[in-house]
Ligand binder design. Structure first.
Ligand SMILES: NC(=O)c1ccc[n+]([C@@H]2O[C@H](COP(=O)([O-])OP(=O)(O)OC[C@H]3O[C@@H](n4cnc5c(N)ncnc54)[C@H](OP(=O)(O)O)[C@@H]3O)[C@@H](O)[C@H]2O)c1
Length: 261
C-alpha cells in the first residue's frame, strides 16, 4: 500500500474539476503539492487555502501544456527548486466535440499535445527520477470511459484516451519491479467545466450517471494507493466499461456517440 503522507505530488490541471479535487484530498492526507495549469490566479488561491488549512507546502507552476517545451520546463523548474516528485497525477486534458472535419486541425493537435504528448513526456521524466532514487512512486494517468470504444463526433478525444489506457496498463506491469505503481483512471461523466468546454450538452437521462469530482478523486486515490492498473469510478460506469470493452464496435460506437452528443 502506497502512502501519500509527507510525500510530494505533482498534479496537472489542478485549477478546476477533478485535478482540484485531487489537490484537496492529497492535502488532507498531508501530502505536499506542485499544482500546474494555465490559470495562475486559481492556482494561487488554491495554494493559499491548502497551505493555511493543512500546513503543507504547495508550489504553483503556471504552464500551457500544449506548448512543446512545457513539460521539460516544469521538470527543470522543480530541479532548480530541489523538489522531488514522488507522485505524478497526469490529469490535465481537453476534448473538442464535433464532426472530425468541422473541428479545426489545430484543435485536434492541441488535444494530442495535452492528452498524449505532455502526459507521456512528464511520465518519462518523473518516472526516470523515481526509478533512479529507488524509493518507488505512484503515477496516475487520467483517461476516460471513452477509451473503451471509438466514438464518432468525439473521435480524436476517444482515440487520445485509448492511448492513455494502453500506455498505463503496459507501464503498470513494466514499472512494478521498480515499485512505481501506475494506475489509469477512466471516469464516465463528471460534473466539471469539461462538459461545457468540450461542447457536450448533457441535460437528459444521462445526468443520472454524472459523478462529482470529489467522488471520482476519492475512488482514484484509493486505487492508486493499492497499485490497481485501472479504476473506473462508479458501479454504472464499471458495468458500462465492461460492456464497451467486449461488445461489437458497431454497437458501442453508436452508444458512445449517443452518450457524448
Ligand atoms: N468531466 C468529465 O466528464 C470527464 C470524463 C472523463 C475524463 N475526463 C478527464 O478528466 C481530466 C480532468 O478534466 P475535468 O473534468 O476536471 O475538467 P476541467 O475542470 O475542465 O479541468 C481541466 C484541467 O486541465 C487544465 N488544462 C486544460 N488545458 C490546459 C493546458 N493547455 N495547459 C495546462 N493545463 C490545461 C485546466 O486548467 P487551465 O484551464 O487553468 O489551464 C484544468 O485545470 C481530463 O483529462 C478529462 O479528459 C473528464
Amino acid at each position: 500500500m502506497f502512502h501519500f503522507q509527507h510525500k510530494t505530488a505533482l498534479i496537472t490541471g489542478a485549477s478546476s474539476g477533478i485535478g482540484e479535487a485531487f489537490a484537496e484530498q492529497l492535502a488532507q492526507q498531508q501530502c505536499n503539492l506542485v499544482i500546474v495549469a494555465r490559470r495562475q490566479d486559481r492556482l494561487d488561491s488554491l495554494k493559499a487555502k491548502l497551505e493555511q488549512q493543512h500546513g503543507i507546502k504547495v508550489t504553483v507552476i503556471s504552464s500551457d501544456l500544449a506548448q512543446p517545451l512545457a513539460s521539460a520546463s516544469i521538470y527543470q523548474q522543480l530541479k532548480t527548486l530541489g523538489i522531488e516528485v514522488n507522485i505524478l497525477i497526469n490529469n490535465a486534458g481537453i476534448g473538442h466535440h464535433g464532426a472530425f472535419l468541422d473541428v479545426p486541425s489545430a484543435q485536434h493537435l492541441s488535444m494530442l499535445a495535452i492528452n498524449i504528448h505532455a502526459l507521456t513526456e512528464l511520465t518519462h521524466l518523473f518516472a526516470s527520477d523515481m526509478k533512479a532514487r529507488g524509493q518507488g512512486g505512484a503515477i496516475l494517468l487520467v483517461s476516460s470511459i471513452a477509451a473503451f470504444t471509438p466514438i464518432p463526433q468525439f473521435a480524436t478525444y476517444a482515440a487520445s484516451k485509448a492511448y492513455v489506457l494502453s500506455l498505463g496498463q503496459a507501464l503498470n506491469k513494466e514499472l512494478k519491479n521498480d515499485r512505481i505503481g501506475v494506475t489509469v483512471l477512466a471516469p464516465g461523466g463528471v460534473a466539471t467545466e469539461f462538459m461545457a468546454a468540450s461542447g457536450q450538452h448533457i441535460d437528459d437521462w444521462r445526468t443520472k450517471a454524472i459523478m462529482t469530482a470529489e467522488a471520482v478523486a476519492r475512488e482514484s486515490l484509493d486505487a492508486l494507493a493499492k497499485g490497481k492498473a485501472v479504476i473506473v469510478p462508479g458501479l454504472l460506469n464499471k458495468a458500462s466499461s465492461l460492456f464497451l470493452a467486449h461488445a461489437p464496435n458497431v454497437v458501442t460506437m453508436t452508444l458512445g456517440e449517443m452518450a457524448t452528443s
